[in-house]
Design a protein around this ligand. Structure first.
Ligand code: NAI
Length: 442
């Protein structure tokens, strides 16, 4: 679009992790699990089913594959329409201006470019304590392709991937055990969010063991037996290891060309996405700052602007976190623990059960929490657990991005009845002015 001649080197399918092994396939399966849940709850909506609903995992997988194939094909079409050349093969830098592409037959193509952008991403971390074998001890990549669902699973790590899979599998009637070494599920989120999500996990009978590690694995071909640091043992058919991701910086020729890496082997860049070599840029997970597809897109536009001689820098103010649990999580800005380090804070809250639309949807679990600075009223953070949280958080994200006050956020006239009214109500509650909450006694 900016007039450059562009080549993209990719050795697998176009679309990377997000499209092929991450965001999109997992959300397609989560949508199937939600439909199944809704059908099981049909009576609550006044619908009588003649038999209990039955799901077909392979049909769910086929639906997911079709969605992925459509979107991957779409990228190919976009490349054609924008004149981008795709080289299928593994790219390796041989100089700050040269990349050699090796295809699956060993054939080599040498490319020369004024600017090079490294966007090689990340992969599930592999650590000796959890010997991933692809049959019993798995990563989320393996789960997406399971031939059938297990009766039970042990999930190690209650972060984003662990929690999304815990809810999805549990909704599909799989018995789920989780082990998390920190104090809470979703430990990087606000404590309110972690607590509400833990409550929902409990309702689904997910056994969550926090402040716990897996010390050893045993078991046979039928399943695993995990010995926990608490002394307990857990038997399950499969284990999912979701304890973080590693950066794809090996065999790219980065060190040979002199590109500086961080201690954790991610690529070091400035806010302009430049590495220490001025015409080599890095974007997305491989930079190790935020591992999200949508910040990677932002990084990409910053890098491209700089490649084309403009002056651009990243702006991560108001990047939301969206987690597809059930109910969903959407958050932006500071957690309470972060905010109290720098501010005297005020908090407003609004429970979804007080909302007409949540009652109509039969989805009343969750709450909105708004954090503001007590003196200046600056909006510091918004943390939502509830139906459509991943969508409605963007109103709050814009408010944080535009440095609004809590009162400004609450002054918007929201539609009615909608779930996002809960943001307005929580903002009003921070000033003790939510008319839809019972008055607090002094
Ligand atoms: P994560 O960093 O979100 O969670 C890993 C969890 O494992 C942490 O809670 C950590 O305390 C725990 N842990 C680490 N070592 C452990 C051990 N030995 N025993 C027990 N617990 C242990 O990483 P995750 O879930 O693998 O996700 C990777 C990345 O992908 C994240 O950065 C996440 O933001 C991103 N992602 C984003 C999604 C979204 O935006 N909806 C969806 C899926 C992934």
């Amino acid at each position: 679009m900016k007039g450059a001649k562009v080549a993209v080197v990719e050795y697998r399918e176009l679309g990377g992790v997000c499209l092929n092994r991450g965001c999109i396939p997992s959300k397609a399966l989560i949508a199937s699990a939600s439909q199944y849940k809704n059908m099981k709850e049909a009576e609550a909506f006044g619908i009588h089913l003649s038999a209990p609903p039955v799901y077909d995992w392979l049909a769910m997988r086929a639906r997911k594959d079709k969605i992925v194939a459509t979107l991957v094909g779409g990228i190919g079409q976009l490349f054609k329409s924008h004149g981008v050349t795709h080289y299928q093969g593994f790219g390796r830098l041989t100089s700050p201006n040269h990349v050699t592409v090796t295809d699956e037959h060993g054939g080599e193509t040498k490319l020369r470019a004024d600017n090079i952008i490294i966007a090689t991403g990340s992969r599930p971390i592999s650590i000796p304590a959890f010997p991933i074998d692809g049959s019993r001890i798995l990563t989320s990549d393996h789960l997406l392709e399971l031939p059938s669902l297990p009766k039970s699973i042990l999930i190690i790590g209650a972060g984003v991937i662990g929690c999304e899979w815990a809810f999805m599998l549990s909704l599909l009637d799989v018995e789920v055990h989780m082990v998390e070494m920190l104090d809470h599920a979703l430990p990087m989120e606000d404590i309110n969010t972690s607590t509400l999500i833990e409550r929902e996990l409990k309702k689904l009978k997910v056994a969550l063991h926090t402040k716990t590690k897996v010390e050893a694995f045993g078991g046979g071909p039928e399943g695993i037996q995990a010995r926990l640091s608490s002394g307990k043992t857990i038997d399950a058919n499969l284990a999912l290891v979701s304890v973080g991701r590693a950066f794809n910086t090996e065999e790219l020729g980065l060190e040979e060309v002199g590109v500086e890496l961080n201690k954790n082997r991610s690529v070091k860049t400035g806010p302009d996405m430049r590495t220490n070599i001025p015409n080599i840029y890095a974007i997305g997970d491989v930079r190790g700052e935020i591992l999200l597809a949508y910040t990677a897109v932002h990084d990409g536009s910053v890098a491209v602007a700089n490649c084309m001689g403009e002056k651009a820098a990243k702006n991560y103010l108001g990047v939301p976190s969206v987690i597809f649990t059930h109910p969903e999580v959407g958050s932006v800005g500071m957690t309470e623990a972060e905010a109290v380090k720098e501010h005297e804070i005020a908090i407003g809250k609004f429970p979804l059960r007080a909302l007409g639309k949540a009652q109509a949807e039969n989805e009343i679990a969750g709450e909105v929490k708004v954090i503001g600075d007590k003196k200046t009223d600056q909006l510091l953070g918004v943390h939502i657990v509830g139906i459509h949280a991943t969508e409605i958080i963007h109103a709050a994200a814009l408010a944080i991005n535009q440095k609004l006050t809590v009162r400004q956020l609450g002054s918007l006239i929201f539609g009615h009845p909608v779930i996002s009214e809960s943001i307005m109500e929580a903002a009003h509650d921070l000033h003790g002015e939510s008319v839809h909450l019972a008055r607090k006694r002094a």
